[in-house]
Design a protein around this ligand. Structure first.
Ligand SMILES: C[S@@+](CC[C@H](N)C(=O)[O-])C[C@H]1O[C@@H](n2cnc3c(N)ncnc32)[C@H](O)[C@@H]1O
Length: 321
């Protein structure tokens, strides 16, 4: 997980110990699903915690991430299956590649990986000049260049406001629309220049990089990140075996809100399916932040699947209710 556009050392699993303890509370036979396997950091921890009878289905929509996971997880042999897919199709993926109907745990570690940020040609980083791409799945059509060069000013404003929580959304959108009339924006540097011109210098002083929120917003739009998450969580809950856990690490407030609401929603009502295990989200401690300052926005939430209530037989016809 990484909310920034910075280059940094290879991915170290954020809240790795905490996430693993929640996902795999004890060793034993189970098959967990890692919906965002990335370079396999959390997957290794989960496999080690489960012991020799544990298996893992790893999903990622980035072919380069899967290649890295394949190398890293090779020592676990046929205890691991890897699939290139979007976790919004979780049910289908588990049907086709899982080890049975029920999952012994489902993990999400949301956001872009260090690997994606560190490859300038992927266009995720505002610190490196590269084509404006930002696709996690390079076989998809929509790129960040398409968004900035074809969306209306109103659409751009909405995206920057909703997905970037950008205070200067409408000004940045206006500057983008004016700039692209002269020449389409094709690189990350083109876009960073426009953002710098749009954000007043007083607002640029201190605080994070002025392009950070816009890049986050574009990435979310290009990859449909929030819809995928909202669509996937109920499928994860449906697939969990009784007692198994869903664990989700988010790296910005929009993701965390979706996770929080989904888990809370499933834990209320006449027949709740979950028990929330983290009343407040877990955050990295000072040691982890010292080693990996970019984990600062991380929030971890988890919940456990409740056993289905026993089915009450329908009364025979003619019986009073
Ligand atoms: C933060 S990284 C995960 C890193 C991993 N936990 C590790 O320890 O190496 C997030 C990964 O999720 C993938 N991803 C994001 N959204 C996805 C989606 N909807 N479906 C499948 N993979 C997705 C990204 O391509 C990226 O590789």
């Amino acid at each position: 997980m990484n909310p920034d556009g910075d280059a940094h050392p290879p991915h170290t699993p954020v809240l790795g110990r905490e996430a693993t303890a929640l996902l795999v509370p004890e060793p034993g036979p189970r098959a967990v699903v890692d919906c965002t396997v990335g370079a396999g950091g959390h997957a290794v921890l989960a496999l080690e915690a489960m012991g020799p009878e544990g298996r893992l289905l790893g999903i990622d929509r980035d072919a380069e991430a899967l290649a890295a996971a394949r190398d890293r997880l090779a020592p676990f042999g046929d205890r691991v299956r890897l699939v290139m897919a979007d976790f919004r199709d979780l049910e289908e993926i588990v049907n086709a590649h899982g080890w049975g109907r029920e999952a012994g745990g489902v993990l999400y570690d949301l956001g872009v990986s260090s690997m994606q940020l560190d490859r300038p040609e992927r266009g995720f980083s505002y610190r490196r000049d590269a084509p404006l791409d930002m696709r996690m799945d390079a076989t998809r059509r929509l790129t960040a260049a398409d968004v900035v060069n074809t969306y209306s000013k109103q659409e751009l404003t909405r995206i920057l406001r909703e997905y970037g929580e950008e205070r200067w959304a409408s000004r940045i959108a206006e500057f983008i629309v004016n700039a692209r009339r002269r020449k389409p924006l094709s690189t990350t540097a083109d876009l960073v220049d426009v953002i710098r011109a749009a954000v007043p210098s007083a607002a640029r002083r201190g605080g994070p990089h002025p392009a950070r929120r816009t890049f986050q917003a574009l990435r979310i739009e290009v990859n449909g990140e929030l819809d995928a998450l909202a669509g996937s969580l109920p499928q994860a809950v449906s697939r969990l075996a009784p007692g198994a856990r869903v664990v989700a690490l988010s790296c910005h407030s929009l993701e965390d809100r979706i996770v929080k609401r989904a888990l809370a929603g499933e834990s209320r009502g006449a027949s709740p399916r979950l028990r929330v295990l983290t009343r407040r989200p877990l955050r990295p401690g000072p040691d982890e932040l010292c080693a990996n300052p970019r984990a600062s926005a991380a929030k971890l939430r988890a919940a456990e699947r409740l056993a289905a209530p026993p089915e009450v037989p329908e009364p025979p016809d003619g019986w009073a209710a």
